[in-house]
Design a binder for this molecule. Structure first.
Ligand code: ADP
Length: 496
């Protein structure tokens, strides 16, 4: 058992984005919430002072415009074939977590968080990953854990393995690499790696093509590899999801596990959500119905309380199975339902949504935009969320939907399996799962779901159960903390 007198565990957490400072996607949600939840854990009276977790993100020009009064702490250089590249280190706070902001020419040259230019992105994130390893020495803070996320910062894990022998502030650090999206490995990074003098990995068993890709390089060096759900961790070992790394990962299974992401319960709370017309809880679902009627009116759909209002809130991307949703809905066009599809992304999928509205004008509305407030009104008024993902490392939308009493109808993959309890004619859970990314299966599941929807007491029970699921960050944070503890004290138990 860890005693309370021990020195705090120093964790440097790296990410390419962190909400609310800068957010592009789900990674921003995690990096903006998880370090705070871990820090809070260590600050409970029982575990007082046991964690000092600090976040580092790039200081993108857009973020510089937004943040006034940030303090320049120090500057240092990252070696490159073209000479040293200067990094300026600033700091700010997110709640009681210190956030380091790393500025430098690669970000000024290519200001987008993720740009269309692969090579420019590679240069930004290779520079950032290497600069972050200089932070401990620059601020005289010896780290115990380096926690990187996705390909953007995975290279720091690889570089740590080589630099720790020369740097006292890194010498006892263990590394954790979280994988939020395995297919994105940092392709196009070769040139940037040569520029920053990073040699290919010679890790035994790693495929040749992966030796100059930041994510596999990090995977090969990490003391612990974490997927963002237990099911996704297992799926990564299969050829369907492993993206060519399944054999390597299978041979290193002992280093791999999965921890489910949490949800920001303060932000996603239908009882206080200011963006919805009628706040509600699981004991006031009548109020919820008013949100549905308002949503139908807003979209010019007939205000029918008794037919299910289906929603889709998603990036318009192949991964998310938007095409499967559209095909599936066409197959059940004769059943009573209405649908609102919200999303933006690939134009062929956007067009397919518009076409569905054109073909089924009484039933379907396509809202091709990114609109968080509208998404909130939809979670609050929709009856079912369609989520036919081809793969889903964790997924937030289904957790939000359940918290808002909107029942997910989802493909049984990744985090969807870990968060949704399946319902069928005999058993009542918190949603509906179908095994394959197939419009036929979605259609069959929708027809069961619309059938069960007619049974009001049963439906209400499902809503109440889904709204009471614990998707909180503290639960996930404790699991991460225990991973950190197990790395630095392999023989000791984590905080209980
Ligand atoms: P991913 O991170 O792979 O896109 P997630 O389900 O983990 O998928 O998270 C998606 C998040 O983005 C959810 O919070 C969802 O509500 C939100 N979202 C997706 N598309 C839109 C949109 N068009 N407008 C508003 N919010 C959206």
């Amino acid at each position: 058992m860890i005693t309370q007198k021990q020195k705090p565990l120093n964790v440097l957490f790296l990410a390419s984005e962190a909400d609310p400072l800068i957010k592009v996607g789900g990674l921003g949600d995690v990096a903006g919430s998880l370090p705070l939840a871990i820090q809070k854990l260590g600050n409970t009276s029982k575990n007082s002072g046991q964690v000092d977790i600090r976040l580092a993100i790039p200081f993108y020009p857009k973020l510089k415009e937004k943040l006034q009064n940030v303090q320049l702490i120090t500057s240092f250089f990252v070696e490159s074939a073209d000479g040293p590249v200067k990094a300026d280190l600033f700091s700010t706070q997110l709640s009681n977590v210190i956030v380091y902001l790393v500025a430098g020419e690669p970000f000024d040259k290519n200001p987008a968080v993720y740009g269309p230019d692969y090579l420019a992105d590679a240069e930004k994130f290779v520079f950032f990953s290497l600069a972050c390893l200089e932070i401990p020495r620059a601020i005289k803070w010896k780290i115990d854990i380096l926690h990187a996320n996705d390909w953007h910062t995975a290279l720091s894990v690889y570089a740590l393995e080589h630099q720790k022998i020369m740097d006292n502030y890194l010498s006892s650090a263990c590394s954790v690499l979280s994988i939020h999206n395995l297919p994105f490995m940092g392709s196009g990074s070769e040139e940037a790696l040569y520029k920053y003098l990073v040699p290919p990995t010679s890790a035994e068993g790693l495929p040749f093509w992966a030796r100059l890709l930041p994510l596999p390089m990090g995977i090969a060096s990490a003391d612990k590899i974490l997927a963002v759900s237990p099911t996704y961790a297992n799926e990564m070992l299969t050829s369907e999801y492993g993206c060519g790394l399944e054999t390597y990962l299978g041979n290193h299974k002992a280093r791999l596990s999965g921890i489910l992401n949490g949800l920001d319960l303060d932000s996603w709370d239908p009882s206080i959500d200011k963006d919805i017309l009628f706040q509600f809880t699981s004991t006031s679902l009548d109020e919820r119905l008013k949100n549905k009627l308002a949503l139908q009116k807003e979209f010019g759909l007939e205000q029918l309380p008794d037919i299910p209002l289906l929603i889709l809130i998603s990036r318009m991307d192949h991964q998310k199975g938007v095409d499967i949703a559209i095909e599936g809905l066409r197959k059940v066009a004769d059943l009573p339902w209405q649908a609102i599809l919200l999303g933006s992304g690939h134009s062929n999928l956007e067009d397919a949504c518009r076409m569905l509205q054109k073909d089924l004008p009484k039933k379907v509305r396509a809202a091709i935009q990114f609109d968080v407030k509208l998404s909130r009104r939809m979670y609050a008024g929709g009856d079912m969320l369609i989520m036919p993902s081809r793969y889903e490392p964790c997924g937030l939308a289904q957790m939000i939907a359940m918290r808002y009493g909107c029942i997910p109808v989802a493909r049984a993959t990744g985090g969807l399996v870990d968060t949704i309890k399946n319902t069928n004619m005999r058993k009542t859970g918190t949603g509906f799962l179908f095994p394959h990314p197939d419009p036929e299966e979605l259609a069959a599941t929708l027809s069961v779901a619309t059938q069960i929807f007619k049974d009001k007491p049963r439906w209400t029970k499902m809503q109440i159960t889904s709204m009471s699921q614990d998707f909180s960050w503290p639960k996930s944070a404790m699991a991460y903390f225990q991973v950190y503890q197990s790395l630095i004290n392999p023989s000791e138990e984590g905080i209980k």
